[in-house]
Design a binder for this molecule. Structure first.
Ligand SMILES: Cc1ncc(COP(=O)(O)O)c(C=O)c1O
Length: 371
């Protein structure tokens, strides 16, 4: 066995270094963290479809490097990130609008394209609810169209229900993690009258690997009514930093911009997002780890007799065969947060794919709660 002798003075220096390390890397010691750091310590959080592996090391470095810029407005950083995203998506600079998370993009779409005079919002049921609330707050009629039996968007019915305004297509869909096949979506986009806007939310784009799935960003060129939203909150692991964007034609971006707060994306988020795009490992690592742990979890649930909707995202929807609300509560009492109730699927539990150890903790608790 190797033993290292350290003098009392060296030992004190080491302790000092450890304390400093704790300040820089808080995850190394949860014991005595201030409340703002320790708020979620000890809780297994499988409720918000976050990436448990966190941001790219390049993003963390970029944040550290930009501490000194905290006193500056983020104009240049905004522009640098837009340039990178324009290149990545093969569009021009004026076809990208950044948002304070893609949530801001959704809100801007509701404000710009729905309302008493502007028209209805048509969305699937169930789907990610944020934009429904925002359209309603904007005075718009909101029409919900149930998903098909294969949990795809029922595009013909959604098209028929639209009165100008906006059609929201979440693909892959939250909370079902299911996709709407690309041939159907492409056809729908091409045939929808241009006076009706279509927002395709691709928050979970990176996790979808079905041959029937593809991004609709390339369709923006020929479809003036198409907007595609993306986020840095999922595979890029930056949910707490807040950065998202959309791709659309220049005229559409110009219609949305007046509704946006100036400088809405902070300089740390911009620097981190920009650096993430330079990390060739962030996306494949996130995809691989999610797939492995998802397969493990689905396999274990299957052995326990619980089916899941086939998932093309970083979360799954479990058919619990009984009302989920008491189960959500029972899991919470065991320190495990799972997804909220989606009333259209009231026996289903939405579960984010965390790290393998977190899923093992979940499975043990789920087994106890269900028996
Ligand atoms: C489908 C979908 N769109 C948008 C968002 C908002 O993400 P953010 O504002 O973090 O980019 C979420 C968050 O979970 C989501 O599930």
């Amino acid at each position: 066995m190797n033993t290292i002798s350290i003098s009392r003075r060296n030992f004190a220096q080491l302790l000092g270094a450890a304390a400093a390390a704790t300040l820089v890397r808080p995850e190394f010691s949860f014991a005595k963290q201030p409340e703002h750091v320790a708020a979620t310590a000890g809780v297994v959080r499988l409720s918000a479809n976050e990436n448990p592996y966190g941001p790219s090391p390049k993003a963390l470095q970029a944040i550290t490097d930009s501490f000194g810029l905290a006193c500056r407005y983020p104009d240049e950083h905004n522009s640098i990130l837009i340039d990178k995203l324009a290149k990545l998506n093969a569009v021009s600079h004026d076809q990208i609008l950044l948002g304070d998370g893609s949530s801001e993009i959704l809100k801007l779409c509701a404000e710009t394209f729905t309302g008493k005079e502007r028209g209805t919002l048509v969305a699937a049921d169930p789907t990610f609810e944020a934009i429904l609330e925002q359209a309603s707050a904007n005075g718009a009629e909101v029409v919900k169209v149930p998903l098909t039996s294969s949990f795809a968007h029922d595009l013909p019915k959604m098209g028929a229900a639209a009165q100008r305004g906006l059609i929201y297509v979440c693909n892959p869909n939250n909370p079902t993690a299911s996709i709407t096949p690309n041939d159907q979506l492409r056809d729908f986009i091409t045939k929808t009258p241009r006076a009706t806007m279509i927002l395709v939310d691709e928050a979970y784009f990176h996790y979808a690997d079905s041959p029937d799935y593809e991004s609709v960003i390339p369709l923006v060129k020929d479809n003036s009514n198409l907007i595609v939203a993306r986020t840095f909150s999922k595979v890029y692991g930056m949910a707490g930093l807040r950065c998202g964007y959309c791709v659309a034609q220049k005229e559409t971006i110009e219609r949305m911009r007046p509704y946006q707060m100036w400088d809405s994306v902070n300089i740390m988020a911009l620097a981190a997002a920009s650096a993430s795009l330079d990390d060739p490992d962030q996306v494949p690592n996130g995809q691989r780890l999610n797939k492995e742990v998802k397969e493990f979890t689905v396999g274990q649930l299957d052995k326990m007799g619980y089916k899941t909707i086939p998932s093309q995202a970083n979360f799954i929807m479990i058919d619990c065969k009984r009302p989920v609300v008491p189960l959500i509560k029972a899991m919470k009492e065991r320190g495990i947060q799972v997804g909220r109730l989606f009333p259209a699927l009231s026996n289903h539990m939405r579960l984010t794919i965390g790290k393998k150890s977190e899923m093992e903790t979940f499975l043990a608790a789920f087994n106890a709660v269900m028996t």
